[in-house]
Design a protein around this ligand. Structure first.
Ligand code: AMP
Ligand code: ZN
Length: 493
């Protein structure tokens, strides 16, 4: 029997503002769409937190025995600098500044995104579609919305008519806003002149002659609005109504509100049963963000090359730190918090190693079955990983007492305990064992130090051919040597 039949999962639905019992549209199946990154720069740790929350959720659904189709897109066109359809496309801008093709920008940062996620031990989504790969689908949806009278064309751009939509629907139901209040607080911007109302949003934007990312359409050359790609890709792969849509809290408005409006206007039905929003990672109490520069990149934390943290932290310790907070709570990143997480992680891993050495007895002092159910209860309560971790430390306490001979456990209970601890820690939280997580990087550091020593020796001997070869070939492998007053240091990208 699949586990989901015996475990009742409740999830917090941002749309209703309540925890609801999860009942998928199709028994045994879960369709989940999560807004992916805009690939115009490196992902920061804040972005990683949101994706990690959904990785954990994906893992738990799979563990419960559901067949999950998890779609997480790549935004490689259409995301403008300003939410009010103003400014340049973020990817075009980067391409212009660096004098490279937009698709080179996309390739570079998509590869970077995948590398980072792999370090954090993410599971790949079932489908990872791109906005540029779905231009035809987006044009079809726009045509449909125009035909149904909810969008209008002006000078080669097409805008969604929010007032028209709001006559029979509620624009703002996800973010709890009223259209009248939104209109009175909206800024007047140049591009708004074409709109009937400032709240209207672009489905298609006319491409000015200098705009490089452009596609032909019934309205002339242009590019799709950012909100539309998610409607096109989610409904293409998951159906006109699907189970779960996720993303960071900051996407609730306007992005997700617009997605709801587009889908309801086109398909005549609500697109999503459960909306899930992950909360923000902050640094110095402020939201981590690409645009303000208040952020830290994952590699800066893994290598220790930054001014904020006293040492390097492994990806799995950072993951453990993030899992210690509920995904709907704000989490502040600090050196002290990471040091505490590292301690906790080490204690947990030490106890897992001890499981192999525990002696069994004829009776148990620890009710393992009840403990295991309390772990499920934590996860079933809107994926409450901090409570799950507290339960795991409850197990650590018993493991240590059994080790010291102060408690007893039967063989059957020990097997159950061992399997459950490993399942929750590795399969569901996605943590990695100490030696898997640290061993590789320690060995790598050792080898690089050795090469640095050989290079220094070669330089002393004026054998510059060898010293340059070591430096250049390491660079090709993504390892950069930096010569300074204190000696040679290195960074791994
Ligand atoms: P972007 O690449 O800017 O579209 O963002 C990708 C994802 O990261 C979105 O789901 C955002 O909501 C999320 N995100 C952005 N900043 C943060 C942050 N500081 N903490 C958590 N998630 C974030
Ligand atoms: Zn989206």
């Amino acid at each position: 029997m699949q586990l989901y039949k015996s475990q009742s999962l409740k999830i917090y639905n941002s749309l209703s503002g309540k925890k609801e019992v999860f009942e998928p549209l199709n028994e045994g199946h879960v369709g989940m769409y999560v807004c992916g990154p805009t690939v115009y720069s490196h992902v920061h740790l804040g972005n990683c937190r949101t994706f990690m929350s959904f990785d954990m959720i994906f893992r738990y659904f799979k563990h419960l025995g559901y067949k999950v189709r998890y779609v997480r897109n790549i935004t490689d066109a259409g995301h403008l600098e300003d939410d009010a359809d103003e400014g340049e496309d973020k990817i075009s801008k980067k391409a212009r500044l660096e004098k490279i093709e937009p698709m080179e920008v996309v390739q570079r940062y998509t590869v970077d995104f995948h590398n980072i996620l792999q370090k954090f031990n993410f599971l790949p989504p079932s489908i990872e579609p791109t906005a540029t790969g779905h231009i035809i689908e987006q044009i079809e949806i726009i045509k449909d919305i125009v035909d149904k009278g909810f969008a209008y064309e002006v000078n080669g751009s097409v805008y969604f008519d929010v007032n028209k939509f709001n006559e029979q629907n509620h624009y703002g139901k996800l973010s709890g806003r009223k259209l009248e209040d939104m209109i009175s607080s909206t800024r007047e911007l140049a591009a708004q002149e074409e709109k009937r109302s400032p709240q209207d949003f672009a489905l298609w934007k006319r491409a000015e002659p200098q705009h490089i990312m452009r596609w032909p359409s019934p309205w002339g050359d242009g590019f799709p609005g950012w909100h539309l790609e998610c409607t096109a890709m989610s409904t293409k792969y998951l159906g006109e109504t699907f189970d779960i849509h996720g993303g960071g809290m900051d996407l609730k408005f306007p992005h997700h509100e617009c997605e709801i409006a587009q889908a309801e206007a086109s398909f005549g039905q609500a697109p999503v049963k459960y909306w899930l929003h992950a909360n923000m990672l902050t640094l110095n109490g402020k939201k981590m963000s690409k645009s303000t520069g208040n952020n830290i990149l994952p590699n800066e934390i893994f290598s220790g090359e930054n001014d904020i943290f006293s040492k390097a932290f492994s990806p799995t310790v950072v993951r453990f730190f993030m899992m210690q907070a509920h995904y709907t709570s704000i989490l502040d990143l600090s050196n002290d918090a990471l040091l505490a997480s590292e301690k906790g992680y080490n204690r947990l891993m030490d106890a897992i190693e001890e499981l192999e050495n525990l002696k069994v007895s004829g009776s148990s002092d620890f009710d393992v079955a009840a403990w295991r159910q309390s772990c499920y209860d934590a996860m079933n309560d809107d994926f409450n990983t901090p409570v799950l971790i507290a339960q795991l430390f409850e197990a650590v306490k018993h493991i240590n007492l059994i080790k010291e001979g102060q408690e007893k456990i039967t063989e059957a209970d020990l097997n159950m305990l061992s399997l459950a601890v490993k399942t929750f820690v590795f399969e569901i939280l996605g943590l990695e064992r100490k030696h898997d997580a640290q061993g590789d990087s320690q060995v790598l550091s050792g080898v690089i130090e050795l090469l640095i020593e050989l290079r220094n020796q070669a330089r002393i001997n004026k054998d510059f051919e060898t010293s340059d070869k070591i430096r250049d070939q390491l660079l090709e492998l993504g390892i950069q040597l930096k010569d300074g007053k204190e000696g040679t240091s290195f960074t791994v990208s």
